[in-house]
Write a protein that binds this ligand. Structure first.
Ligand code: PA5
Ligand code: MN
Length: 197
């Protein structure tokens, strides 16, 4: 009989807590967006400036096991959007198109409630409800932004191709075709007509 040997474990040691979405491990990267990083993203810029600039709107943890820009790989990340509003507008992610419009993405909700706002290149904008367990397939042509409409953190994982890239500029300059505002205490979709379009 062949001699037994220790089972090789070459995994990168990244772990995911499925109950709260948290990622753990030396290879995990982290970033956060505070109100001071989101100039021009919310409708009510005066309210944004009045609030504490250090307020964290959302944080992202992610793992890049392959080189960004290389073909055929996948990244994994977890976003936590904290509850809050700027004026009547709920805390949300910046939002982006993928630089490569042929690269799709999955989002899956872990905790909390919100809306995934999607917009095609003709500025047609719609949303999908995010609730624990909801799975969202994002076509590579569509801009995407998550909005926390609840009073607890909205946590969702994402999986996207290594060569998707980010086009933040289009959203920074033109926004989405609609905003999610609290109207009479309830989330409502309000058309947004960007200037100079
Ligand atoms: O890959 C994604 O789409 C997500 O991981 C987002 O990057 C994350 O939710 C943060 O949003 P944004 O990149 O728009 O700031
Ligand atoms: Mn994306």
């Amino acid at each position: 009989m062949a001699m037994p040997f220790e089972l090789p474990d070459r995994a990168a040691g990244v772990k995911l807590d499925w109950r709260n979405g948290k990622m753990i491990g030396a290879a995990v990267q982290e970033s956060r967006k505070q109100l001071k990083d989101l100039a021009g993203i919310f409708d009510d810029e005066a309210q944004r400036k009045q609030a504490d600039p250090e307020t964290t709107v959302y944080q992202v943890q992610w793992w890049e096991p392959a080189a960004p820009g290389s073909e055929g790989g996948l990244f994994w990340g977890v976003t936590t959007i904290f509850p809050g509003r700027v004026g009547e507008e709920y805390f949300m992610t910046h939002g982006h198109f993928h630089a490569n419009r042929t690269r799709a993405e999955y989002y899956g909700t872990v905790q909390g409630e919100g809306l995934l706002v999607l917009m095609d290149e003709n500025r047609h904008t719609w949303s999908e409800r995010m609730v624990p367990g909801s799975l969202h397939y994002i076509d590579g042509r569509n801009a995407h932004r998550a909005v926390n409409t609840g009073d607890a953190p909205l946590i969702f994982w994402a999986c996207w191709p290594t060569d998707a890239g980010y086009d933040y500029a289009t959203i920074r300059e033109q926004g989405f075709g609609a905003r999610v505002l609290s109207v009479n205490g309830k989330p409502a979709f309000v058309a947004h007509h960007a200037e100079n379009l």
